[in-house]
Design a protein around this ligand. Structure first.
Ligand code: M6R
Length: 612
């Protein structure tokens, strides 16, 4: 989705802004633009298309300003077009604004401004913001801190979500930023400050960050940053050091971020496990500190998330129910939030989000808090919005995930949720210790086993080459293998644009088998020894009807029945999704490459979905 970068300091701003935008490309966007302060006027350069197109804009090289704002836009209101790109300016060209989010009452505000003599050049909701600021600014004649006050008053009128950066022609050494329900961070340098919607965009300039909360505003100069809450009362903030490695945000010799992130999984799983699990010790979640009494109060657990993160919840539900004897409901955040879910003080709600900025997941979390539930956020991004709303936060520590298609975050989410389940079971003494110990031992072996899976991807590559022109591909599995099927199918759709469905193998005969015809590709996942025979029978049914089959398994099966078999190491069936998804992540990757597609930035998709 849209990305924001800002710079105020002593260096030429435009190269820093464009560099930041390039690092934000992974979020998904359709246009880009920058605005800088040039000898007392505001320049504004923008266009639809790629960030690198900005280099071709006439006059871009001569921008000398040392303060500027920049944006990549993912169209919501108004098609991708130059006039709809950000920055947007007010009618008098006194204010320049970039905005992430959606202004829900923009029609009403547009009407108000039109009645007050303003006109609009774009179809966007954003264009009302600079004009509204101008409206208030002119009314504040003679007051102190007019710029800050005008932005604050304008924000007071906005309904919806926003992260904004604002420049004012008459106050050339100041930038004002504000946020509500859309991420924004400030990076601190020496005699310079940076702003961004995402830490990786400015990580090569600083590792010291202030994180803005909902309703906060900040006023920046080269050397100062003042913070205010939503009533414009000055507040103080803690400077956080984010020790992500800059190279973690680079491709490091890999052709694509997705491939790099797939190959990083031995490391990311190790980091997720961290000090939470050591051989022959109890699982450590001191930071949550639940007692047996606390846990006994919960009569149901919700796992709420979107997309891949929701699939991670599905993968862990069977274990959570088995070990903790509490009903677990896995829900899609966008459904949960509008369904009046039955939540009260006896409900534990766990929210899973790689980015921590998914609008629906945040809204669902807020709803459950209002209804008295205890909330836990699982996120990969330090200080992200979800972590600031939840009662408790645990981080996956998978390192920055840049490719739109989530890979290492998914396996880390399953790992962390598994650890949390074991912790609950140990604290509440709800499961036999040998069952817990087996899963713990297997978790510690995962990095090695993932390395083994990644050793040779030639069979996967070959199979991808055989089937990349297919129109439909089906995935089948039972139990946790079915949950992996769903994730594998999502991955394939996202980056290869091939239509794909995942079915619980036992459901085949209830309808989907009608789709099976000669030559169709079906991928089976067989890792649960208690279900393998049943899945084998279902696969036989599709083979009889002419399907080509690829099998991912750690079971002893008659391999000659299938076109290709990928053997993965054996593990406890409850955590096998962490291994069985890996060949299928690679499968999607190689299909996308065969088709010559942009693996990291698939069409229409954004890395973090910050609007509904
Ligand atoms: O940042 P989140 O984990 O909240 O994102 C949730 C989904 O948008 C995300 O998992 C999406 O499905 C990915 N593109 C999947 O690869």
């Amino acid at each position: 989705m849209c990305g924001i970068v800002g710079y105020i300091g002593t260096k030429k701003a435009s190269p820093i802004l464009i560099d930041g935008l390039l690092k934000l490309e992974y979020r998904g966007y359709d246009s880009a633009g920058i605005s800088t302060m040039e000898h007392g006027y505001l320049s504004n350069m923008k266009d639809k298309g790629r960030v690198k197109n900005l280099y071709n804009l006439e006059g871009i090289d001569s921008l000398e300003g040392t303060i500027g704002i920049a944006h990549t836009r993912w169209a919501t209101h108004g098609k991708p077009a130059k006039e709809n790109s950000h920055p947007h300016m007010d009618n008098s060209n006194s204010f320049s604004v970039v905005h992430n989010g959606i202004i829900e009452n923009y029609q009403e505000l547009r009407e108000f401004l039109t009645n007050n003599g303003y006109h609009f050049l774009s179809q966007t909701d954003t264009e009302i913001i600079p004009n509204l600021i101008h409206y208030y600014y002119t009314k504040l004649e003679g007051s102190n801190d007019k710029f800050l006050q005008a932005v604050h008053q304008a924000c007071g009128d906005l309904k919806g979500s926003y992260a904004i950066e604002v420049l004012c022609k008459d106050e050339p050494e100041t930038m004002i930023v504000a946020r509500k329900d859309s991420p924004l961070v400030i990076g601190v340098g020496k005699e310079e400050n940076y702003v961004s919607s995402d830490i990786p965009a400015i990580l090569s300039y600083t590792k010291d960050f202030y994180l803005l909360n909902d309703g906060d505003l900040a006023k920046l100069s080269n050397t100062d940053i003042s913070f205010y809450d939503s009533s414009l009362t000055p507040i103080t903030k803690e400077l956080k050091n984010i020790d992500w490695d800059v190279s973690a945000c680079e491709k490091d010799g890999y052709e694509d971020f997705m491939l790099k992130e797939i190959y990083e999984q031995p490391k990311s799983i190790r980091e997720t496990i961290g000090s939470r699990l050591k051989k022959n010790e109890k699982v450590n979640f001191e930071d949550i500190g639940f007692t047996k009494e606390t846990l006994s109060k919960f009569n149901k657990i919700y796992l709420v998330a979107c997309g891949t993160a929701m699939h991670a919840g599905l993968a862990v539900k069977p274990l959570l129910e088995r070990l903790c004897h509490i009903p677990v409901i896995v829900d899609i955040a966008s459904e949960f939030r509008y369904r009046e879910p039955l939540i009260d003080a006896n409900t534990l709600c766990i929210y899973i989000s790689q980015s921590g900025e998914t609008a629906d997941t945040i809204a669902a979390l807020k709803l459950s808090k209002k209804q008295g539930a205890t909330t836990i956020a699982i996120s990969n991004v330090i200080g992200s919005s979800i972590t600031r709303e939840a009662d408790f936060t645990i981080y996956t520590h998978a390192g920055p995930e840049i490719a739109v298609a989530s890979t290492k975050a998914y396996t880390s989410q399953i790992t962390l949720l598994t650890l949390l389940t074991l912790y609950f079971a140990e604290v509440s003494e709800s499961a036999p210790t040998d069952v817990i110990s087996d899963i713990k031992d297997e978790l510690l072996l995962l990095p090695e086993k993932i390395t083994e899976v990644l050793k040779d991807d030639s069979k996967i590559k070959e199979f991808a080459h055989k089937v990349y022109e297919e129109k439909d591909i089906f995935f089948l599995g039972r139990g946790t293998d079915y949950t992996v099927s769903m994730e594998a199918s999502l991955k394939l759709k996202e980056i290869s644009y091939i239509h794909s469905e995942a079915y619980a193998a036992g459901e085949l005969k209830h309808g989907p088998i009608a789709l099976i015809e000669n030559g169709i590709t079906v991928i089976g996942i067989l890792t649960d020894p208690t279900l393998v025979e049943k899945s084998v029978s279902n696969l036989q049914e599709v083979i009889t009807r002419g399907a080509k089959t690829l099998i991912v398994t750690n079971q002893e099966i008659n391999q000659t029945n299938y076109d290709e078999v990928i053997t993965i190491p054996n593990t406890n069936p409850f955590i096998s999704p962490i291994l069985s998804i890996i060949p299928l992540q690679l499968f999607s990757y190689y299909i996308s490459k065969e088709k010559g597609l942009d693996v990291d930035k698939p069409r229409n998709l954004a890395k973090s979905v910050t609007v509904e």
